[in-house]
Design a protein. Sequence first.
Length: 153
Amino acid sequence: MSHAEITDDDIDELVRLNQDAASAIIRGDMKRYLELIHHADDYTLMPPSGGETRRGFDRSEENVAEMARFFRNGEAEVELVQTYASGDLVVLVVVERQHGEVGDLPDRDWSLRVTLVFRRAGTGWELAHRHADLLVNPISLEQAAALTRGSDV
């Protein structure tokens, strides 16, 4: 059942929420990220590093601590590319322009192209889907072919 029409204020709220959430993740502040983003029970993630689609969000203490160690000392600015709204869904197409320390690597650019699907849940929003990739900068057809084979590029 659809609620009230999605307004420009609703979309502005989601854009701000995503900006704050992207900033929290890249600096490793998972507590803040989880205060901002509520994941749907049927949440799916297509991670930027590829591989299988993940289902659900693991809020366990161990996973949250691991994520906080994995992302460190970063900053993010979110560039809004497009929004779509229908019924109780809002889709944000963004570029997360960010840098930070990820894994064991030193600070570097980790900008992502991201599609997010938010669903209205009561008086708030839950993230139903996130699809991200590292292809902010174009790659050659040969590099793309190597990636599809799972080869080193």
